[in-house]
Design a protein around this ligand. Structure first.
Ligand code: ITT
Length: 212
């Protein structure tokens, strides 16, 4: 079905206005030989993220881009959930950075919130956290597919490394001693929450190639 549906134009809209994500999604989708068009390059408006789950918001963004263009669209809703903060910032990860998308400030907010928990508990709270990613592929005929992935890790302070985007400089994935901000991006793309969601998407597509 994927190949049949994608073939007429081979075009997919990347329904994201986050440049860091668009770069990662391009890297991951490139091997499929699709024509990738970013929502920003088409001046598509950023829909309000009114759902209360990652998959709900991914669906909403992908469907808005499909409705506006008539092409299939791919959206990513993702974020950092910190265990000692009851999962915050979670679906509000982008919003913690404010209108200026200032992630140095957002990382400081996360650290300050953890320090407050330390004071309240009178011991150092757990720094465990996870990144979560929901990918939505919306088709013009209204069907939307969802693929999800996550990765566990711990948060460090101060931030380390200038690679990646968002909260990468404070996130150390389990089993490693470097932050995602210090990671070679190819390595990040092979183990991240987004990579895991992508692997599910690719196996869905691969079934179609195998059946040809
Ligand atoms: P779009 O909705 O336009 O795609 P956005 O940045 O608003 O862009 P989200 O609502 O999904 O996207 O917010 C996700 C935030 O979570 C994002 O801005 C990052 O700060 C953070 N995040 C998600 N994946 C990340 C990753 O791989 N590394 C670091 N931070 C990540």
């Amino acid at each position: 079905m994927f190949l049949e549906k994608i073939r007429p134009s081979n075009k997919i809209i990347i329904a994201s206005h986050n440049q860091g994500k668009v770069i990662e999604i391009r890297d991951l989708l490139e091997p499929l030989g699709l024509k990738l068009i970013s929502a920003a390059s088409l001046n598509l408006p950023e829909p309000e993220e009114t759902a209360n789950t990652f998959s709900g918001n991914a669906r909403l963004k992908a469907e808005a881009a499909t409705l506006a263009t008539g092409f299939p669209a791919f959206a990513d809703d993702s974020g950092l959930s910190v265990d000692a903060l009851d999962g915050e910032p979670g679906i509000y990860s982008a919003r913690w950075a404010g209108e200026d998308k200032d992630f140095s400030m957002a990382m400081e907010k996360v650290n300050a919130a953890l320090c407050e928990v330390d004071v309240k508990l009178k011991i150092e709270a757990s720094r465990s956290a996870s990144f979560f990613c929901a990918l939505a592929l919306a088709w013009p005929d209204n069907k939307t597919e969802i693929f999800e992935g996550s990765i566990n890790g711990t948060l460090c302070w101060p931030p380390r490394g200038g690679n990646g985007f968002g909260y990468d400089p404070i996130f150390i994935p389990t089993g490693y001693d470097k932050t995602f901000g210090e990671f070679d991006q190819k390595l990040k793309h092979s183990i991240s929450h987004r990579a895991k969601a992508f692997a599910k998407f690719l196996s869905y597509v691969q079934n179609e190639y195998d059946e040809q």
